[in-house]
Design a protein around this ligand. Structure first.
Ligand code: ATP
Length: 371
């Protein structure tokens, strides 16, 4: 009996020692492995994992100019910090930049951009800001006034994707990196299954995408759990990288994102993770191993006839949405494919009738960009 109690006591004591260095006091439990580790080992493990992902996937080449998509949120702030540390420590030889898109959301993006401006000084990384207003003539505040809260995320997502490419082209970046983490990717896999979007499902787990597009994009945090990046101050065992490193970031949700469908998928994945922590990685692996039947018809990638951006239709989604806004019919580009296609052919007619009206264009890497 005494021996059992003594063993229990030893077990309890050793459980509090870091299971990696066996010296320092364990301060947190990694959600991914449930190991109890100290803060110093957590930093090392986290940074080494990101370094390994970068090396094993050949994410960068020496001399490349890399634009870090910087929203001021926790993930991209950790990305900017970790990437500049690793670049120095392992001599990647990268030229790093912060690239922010100002969507024009008062009380949200203006505040988070202040954080990015501080990060510019804190990390010594040059910052480029591009705005929806200068690129498209509309702020998100104005778009929401026109379309309401329901479909505004469609505009924001489509415009942001292109704005990041345009901003990266302006600073002559070779690559864009974003702070998408494992939770984001698992959520996207699930959403693509739920929507039956085979084309997106087949590429959403790729760590680098857009190699045939204007500028490739990569996600070095593809395997990093949000809980390791996020601040969870309530329970000390869930303390995380950003929290312990005291990084300066902005943590408010977008005021215009009542995107219920995505929200449900996110909650569902969080529930699964609570029961089985490996669920997030399992979903990503399933997405990676997904094979598309050779008989499935895939959209053919071409370029938008108006702006030159990559598109599987004659006009890219951004041009269609913008047309709707400019013509006072903001719902035109939203929703069913048929309507978009019909709209696309109408736009084609317009281009034929008025070839001057070409809009902004983004042909290939650097130099060829007109605004
Ligand atoms: N306005 C923006 N400007 C530049 N990059 C952005 C912007 N919004 C998002 N991104 C990039 O896209 C990534 C995913 O953004 P999203 O808003 O979906 O997720 P998030 O988990 O809230 O990220 P973050 O914590 O970095 O804001 C960000 O980490 C960032 O790299």
């Amino acid at each position: 009996m005494e021996t059992i109690q003594a063993l229990e006591k030893v077990k309890r004591t050793t459980a509090r020692v870091c299971s990696l260095c066996n010296q320092r006091k364990a301060a947190l439990k990694r959600p991914k492995t449930l190991e109890q580790i100290c803060i110093e080992c957590f930093y090392n493990v986290f940074e080494d994992e990101i370094h390994r992902v970068i090396i094993e996937n050949n994410l960068f080449k020496p001399g490349e100019r890399v634009a870090i998509g910087a929203s001021g949120g926790k993930d991209s702030t950790v990305l900017a910090y970790v990437l500049s540390e690793l670049n120095r420590r392992h001599n990647y030889g990268l030229d790093l930049f912060l690239l922010s898109v100002d969507e024009g959301i008062t009380g949200y993006r203006d505040d988070s951009l202040e954080t990015v401006k501080r990060n510019e000084l804190q990390y010594g990384l040059p910052l480029k800001i591009v705005s929806y207003k200068e690129l498209y003539g509309w702020t998100m505040d104005e778009i929401v006034k026109a379309i309401g809260l329901k479909n505004n995320c469609t505009f924001c997502g489509v415009f942001r994707r292109q704005a990041l490419d345009r901003g990266a082209a302006l600073i002559q970046a070779d690559k864009i990196v974003t702070g998408h983490n494992a939770d984001d990717i698992a959520e996207t896999v699930l959403l693509n299954i739920l929507r039956g979007d085979i084309a997106r499902l087949s590429r959403c787990t790729d760590i680098t995408t857009g190699e045939n597009g204007p500028i490739p994009r990569c996600k070095p945090f593809k395997y990093a759990y949000e809980k390791e990046i996020e601040v969870k101050t309530k329970s000390l065992t869930l303390s995380t990288y950003a929290y312990f490193k005291k990084l300066d970031y902005f943590s408010t949700e977008c005021i215009y994102s009542p995107n219920a469908y995505r929200g449900f998928a996110r909650e569902f994945i969080k529930d699964l993770e609570r029961i089985r922590p490996s669920a997030i990685l399992d979903i990503i692996r399933s997405g990676e191993n997904f094979r598309i039947s050779t008989t499935t018809r895939m959209p053919e990638q071409g370029t938008c006839q108006r702006c030159g951006y990559i598109s599987s239709q004659k006009l890219c989604k951004a041009c269609v949405l913008l047309d709707g806004l400019n013509r006072g019919l903001p719902k035109l580009g939203i929703g069913r494919k048929k309507e978009c296609t019909r709209e696309n052919s109408n736009n084609q007619e317009q281009i034929k009738r008025n070839p001057e009206n070409k809009g902004p264009s983004l042909h290939s890497k650097h130099g060829n960009i007109e605004f």
